[in-house]
Each structure stands twice: as C-alpha cells, then as structure tokens.
Design a protein around this ligand. Structure first.
Ligand SMILES: *Cc1c(COP(=O)(O)O)cnc(C)c1O
Length: 370
C-alpha cells in the first residue's frame, strides 16, 4: 500500500496561481524544532511577524496580524467582523474572488449590492458611483489582483469614492501583496487581507490582515456577536495584540517560523526591487509567449505582473499540454477558472517563482512540446 513508503513527491516548478516556489531558507525555518505557542520566544516571533506585516502592508495600523488559516479565512475574517445582519455592502465582482466575497457577505446577513465588470476587465469607478445612488453601504469591497482573470484593479479613486460615501474600504490583496505596489495607509484602505503562498512565497495556510482605526471603531460599535467564534476579532485580538497573550487557539507554530523567514527575504530584497523584478520577468514572459502565439486576455495597463492570463494558440489542447508540462518537465501552470476553463492558462511568476530562469524553462518546454 502506498502509505507504507515514505512521502516522496516530485520536485515541481510552481508556475500556477499559487502556491509558488519557496526559498530553501523558508523550508529550513519550517523544520525548526517546535516551541509552545505561548513560549516567550514564540511571543517575540509573533511580534517580529506583526512588525514585518506592517512594513509590507505599508501601514501603521495597530491591528495587523496573521489569521491562522488561508486567504479565504482572511476574507471571511474581514467580512464577518465588519458586517452585521441588515448592514449594506457593495461588492465589486470581476472574477471568482469578488463573487466569493459577495457569497460570504450574504451569509453574514448583509444586503449586498453587486457591481460587476466582464471577466478580464477592471471595474470602472463610474459604475460604483452610479450604484451608490441606490445604496448606503457600510463596506465597499474589491479585489486588487483578480487571480481568476489576471486583472490589476486600480484602487485609489475607488477608495476616495468609498470614503465620500461613508463606507469602509475593504481590499483583497491575496495575490498583489509583496508583488506589486500596495500602500494601505496612503491609499486609505480600512481592511485588507492577503495570503502567504502567492508573492510572499511561504507555505499556504496563513492570512496576513490589517484594520484601520475606522475599521476598529466599527468593530467596537457592533450590536451583535460575530457569528464565527474562531474569526471573532474581539477574541483573536487578545492573543495577537493584547498586553498578556491570552490563549485563543494553538497557533500553527511551524508555519509561523516559515512566514517569519519569508518576510525577512522580502525585506532584504526591498519592496521596490521586488516589484521591479516581478514587472521585469512579466515583460520577458510576455515577449516569449507572444512569439509562440499566445495572446493576453487583459488589455495592457491592467495586467498583473505575477499572474499572466493568456489565451491558448489555435490547436493547442489545454489539458494535454498542461499534463505533459507536469509529467515530463515538472512544471505546473494554472488552468482557466469558471467561464475561462479550457480557454486560458494562468501562468504565475510569484515571489520565488518570478525569475528569468522560470521563464526560460517554461518557454523551452513549450517549444519542445509544440
Ligand atoms: C488565492 C486567492 C484567494 C484565496 O486564498 P486561499 O489561500 O486559497 O484561501 C482569495 N483571493 C484571491 C484574489 C486569491 O488569489
């Protein structure tokens, strides 16, 4: 039986929508012997992680920490804490993840107004202005980097619109975080969540989040209990931000060790240099893929540098070629989601996977197969 042999997975080259490749220093940190999650040494590690989360989010927000679960749990943390039954929310949808936010907001009992753009296009701020004539949302939410379509959504104007309407501005930065410009304080973002397995290049399973003073005030004004015990910030806060770290749940110690090292790598490189590297490798991949007959789904100016959504050349079979890339070259690329299934690929150049070498290896393999 298979379980009788030791775990022995293939050495993949991760070029999908996440997880991305992980630096050996991060893997080594993950193998550090365990300590208790209330050990004073672990409390120091949590403080390090919080400080590095603030630097990378470019925020001074005191309530900045890491949810012990993947990006979707960060999404749920923001929504279940900021919305109470009967509240209004305006959710922008231009792909899978905006749709997921709307689903969660409805489960919170919120009255949701959807503002939608065709998949592959950004949301136009004018659409939001028009929708705001019909509703009074407490929260206006949008995805910064829509991983299902490859769209980079400009945020600054929408932030101003949200604040003018008296709404809290909530942003999904799971894929953009640590891969492209993202300024939480300067851009007036009130609540934000991300993930660790995309441009941060740590193992999946954690979600850095941050809340502005305005968001914290909204939390304090709640009349009802948050329906999720695990994600209730009034409880989690006492573990992450309280003076005496009270037990809430057992933190995923090894994953935190890994995250600390991944953050150190980001800061050693420097945010601006990291963003420039992501842009450079995206440009290289673009030139190479276009020469092979691929076309970008998204118009220039709105393309994600870390997630390239491309239409397949005529006659290329999606499933067969992706399977050959995996079996014969150990390369993982992402398939299309939803209405793009079978029609596009999503090629990730995220974090440690954003290198010239990754581009050359993929392009060589494709030339071989074609
Ligand atoms: C990956 C992703 C998520 C969900 O993160 P998980 O870690 O898979 O739960 C949410 N939003 C966006 C934009 C993503 O790319």
């Amino acid at each position: 039986m298979a379980y009788q042999s030791e775990l022995n997975t293939s050495q993949r080259i991760l070029m999908g929508p996440g997880p991305s490749d992980v630096h050996p220093r991060v893997l080594k940190a993950m193998a550090t012997p365990l300590i208790g999650h209330l050990d004073p040494e672990f409390v120091e590690i949590m403080d390090d992680i919080k400080a590095m989360a603030q630097l990378t989010f470019q925020t001074k927000n005191h309530l900045t920490f890491v949810v012990s679960a993947p990006g979707s749990a960060g999404m749920e943390t923001c929504l279940v804490n900021l919305l109470e039954p009967g509240d209004e929310a305006l959710i922008c949808i231009h792909g899978v993840f905006g749709g997921r936010m709307a689903d969660i907001a409805e489960r919170c009992g919120a009255k949701v107004t959807r503002v939608e753009a065709p998949w592959g296009e950004p949301i136009d701020p004018k659409q939001i202005k028009a929708a705001l004539e019909q509703c009074q949302p407490k929260v206006l939410a949008i995805v910064h980097a829509e991983t299902s379509t490859g769209v980079l959504q400009p945020l600054e104007e929408i932030s101003r619109i949200a604040h003018d309407a008296g709404a809290l501005f909530l942003v999904d930065a799971v894929t953009s975080y640590c891969g492209t410009e993202l300024k939480v304080d300067e851009w007036g973002i009130d609540a934000i969540y991300s993930g660790t397995q995309k441009c941060l290049s740590a193992p999946p399973g954690l979600s850095p989040v941050s809340f502005s003073e305005r968001a914290v005030e909204a939390l304090e004004k709640r009349k009802t209990k948050v329906q999720s015990w695990f994600l209730d910030l009034s409880l989690v806060r006492s573990y992450w931000a309280g003076a005496k770290r009270a037990y809430h749940h057992t933190a995923p110690v090894s994953a935190m060790f890994a995250l600390r090292e991944a953050y150190r790598l980001v800061l050693e490189e420097g945010l601006e240099k990291r963003f420039a590297r992501h842009r450079r490798n995206h440009e290289l991949l673009k030139r190479e893929l276009e020469a092979l007959g691929f076309e970008f789904l998204v118009q220039a100016g709105y393309r994600l540098p870390m997630l390239n959504a491309v239409k397949l050349p005529e006659g290329v079979d999606d499933a067969i070629v992706r399977r050959r890339l995996l079996d014969e070259y150990n390369i993982e690329v992402g398939s299309g989601l939803g209405q793009f299934a079978g029609k596009i690929w999503r090629i990730g150049l995220m974090g440690e996977s954003s290198t010239q070498n990754h581009v050359h290896v993929l392009v060589s393999a494709l030339k071989d197969i074609f």
